[in-house]
Write a protein that binds this ligand. Structure first.
Ligand code: NDP
Ligand code: MG
Length: 385
């Protein structure tokens, strides 16, 4: 039996992870499951999987969690420090799938104490990539990417190293691929949430519509794989069948194909280095007909250019980029700024923030960079950008 934990169990990635774990009760011993605020679902999951601990991030919800778990053997705990303590319990495999910057310290705690870190939380790599890689290296922890593109790249690269020439990230183009840029100024959160291919959490769905998600994935690729910014390309592929590609020095390209179902990359990380039967639809190429591609229009998707700028800045610019993007998304969800203003806020914050003196291996510097960028994003919204 492998001991496993899932942080962010009540979210989209977390529920898909538990779906796979629940299908093989004899193989897994569930140690800890965490949620942010959804106590009812967390308690239901923890009881069904006989978890040792259920952790709710909001401290004020401890009473509710206790009541929901009454009569079961699951131990209820609450609050940020309890969550970080649970992430430090050694296990064979742990999923880091809390959304946002809040996931970084959870990933670090897992990396310090457990054998395998399955990483869905892309913010961990964008904000603290150098630190997380070092912690994994120092502790001999295996880091397996769960983001579908990065799982695809990992699988395509296999054992190759220097012979990788370029990495081609595919992007669906989201719900606004054919939208008139003028109409985008007025786009609402509800319209931005409606992703054509993937069923995901609210924040990543909106990030997909603005391509901020792809911009994050470019930064994630740069942190994970040994390639320069110039070796990373983005291509729009509206069908989301090819999950990414790797080009080699001999001109060959390996592509990873599969249905748009996150249980594919999660299952790959759960079973690596083995491949097991997964409950995914099988592709029918005759029914698919054609796969198409187009270059992204930089004017329509300014987030991609901002990612290039972030890589050029180096240091903790990724943490600044992510914090500005998270703050801009909150402003958009509160209807205080428009859809296209999110890129304007991030551009403003990057221009105002100097990261040259920061230490990428120091968590305090990462947290400071994040906090300063959020203040600047608020300023941008107040003063105009
Ligand atoms: P969801 O919004 O669906 O779920 C987020 C999870 O994090 C929930 O369990 C939520 O708890 C919990 N949470 C939220 N805020 C906090 C907090 N401050 N402290 C602790 N827990 C918190 O997100 P997704 O599952 O879509 O995404 C999770 C991560 O995976 C993100 O980093 C995303 O970018 C990445 N990812 C997601 C993909 C997808 O298909 N969904 C694909 C690739 C990457 P609760 O709901 O109980 O409040
Ligand atoms: Mg992705």
């Amino acid at each position: 039996m492998r001991r496993v934990s899932v942080f962010g169990a009540t979210g989209s990635i977390g529920q898909n992870t538990l779906d796979l774990i629940a299908r093989r009760p004899d193989d897994f011993n569930v140690v800890a499951l965490s949620g942010g605020a959804n106590v009812a679902l967390l308690a239901e999951q923890a009881k069904a999987l006989r978890a040792e601990y259920a952790i709710v991030a909001r401290e004020d919800l401890l009473g509710d969690l206790r009541a929901a778990l009454a009569g079961s053997a699951v131990k209820p705990v609450a609050g940020r420090s309890a969550l970080l303590e649970a992430a430090a319990i050694p296990v064979d495999w742990a999923m880091s799938s809390v959304v946002g910057f809040a996931g970084l310290e959870i990933s670090l705690a897992i990396a310090r104490n457990s054998k395998t870190l399955a990483l869905a939380n892309k913010e961990s790599l964008v904000c603290g990539g150098a630190l997380l890689s070092k912690v994994c290296q120092d502790n001999g922890t295996c880091l397996l990417p769960v983001d579908s593109e990065h799982s695809a790249i990992f699988q395509c690269i296999g054992g190759a190293g220097k012979e990788v020439e370029r990495i081609i990230l595919t992007a669906s183009g989201g719900p606004f691929l054919h939208a008139d840029p003028k109409a985008l100024e007025r786009a609402t959160p509800e319209q931005a949430m409606a992703h054509p291919n993937w069923d995901m959490g609210q924040r990543i769905s909106i990030d997909s519509a603005s391509m901020f998600n792809k911009a994050m994935e470019v930064l994630e690729t740069h942190a994970l794989f040994d390639v320069s910014p110039e070796q990373i390309e983005v291509i729009i592929h509206p069908q989301s069948i090819i999950h990414s590609m790797v080009g080699f020095t001999d001109g060959a390209i390996m592509a990873h194909l599969g249905p748009a179902d996150m249980r594919g990359p999660i299952g790959f990380a759960l079973n690596w280095p083995d491949r097991v039967d997964l409950p995914l639809e099988r592709l029918d190429f005759g029914a698919l007909g054609a796969l198409s591609f187009q270059h992204p229009d930089p004017a329509q998707f300014p987030a991609l250019e901002l990612a290039s700028q972030t890589m050029q800045m180096g240091g903790l610019a990724g943490a600044v980029f992510n914090a500005a993007k998270e703050a801009a998304l909150d402003l958009f969800l509160d209807r205080r700024i428009g859809f296209l203003d999110m890129a304007r806020v991030v551009r403003y914050v990057l221009a105002q923030t100097d990261v040259s003196g920061s230490d990428t291996l120091n968590i305090k510097d990462v947290i400071d960079a994040d906090a300063i960028a959020r203040v600047r994003a608020g300023e941008a919204a107040q003063k105009g950008f």
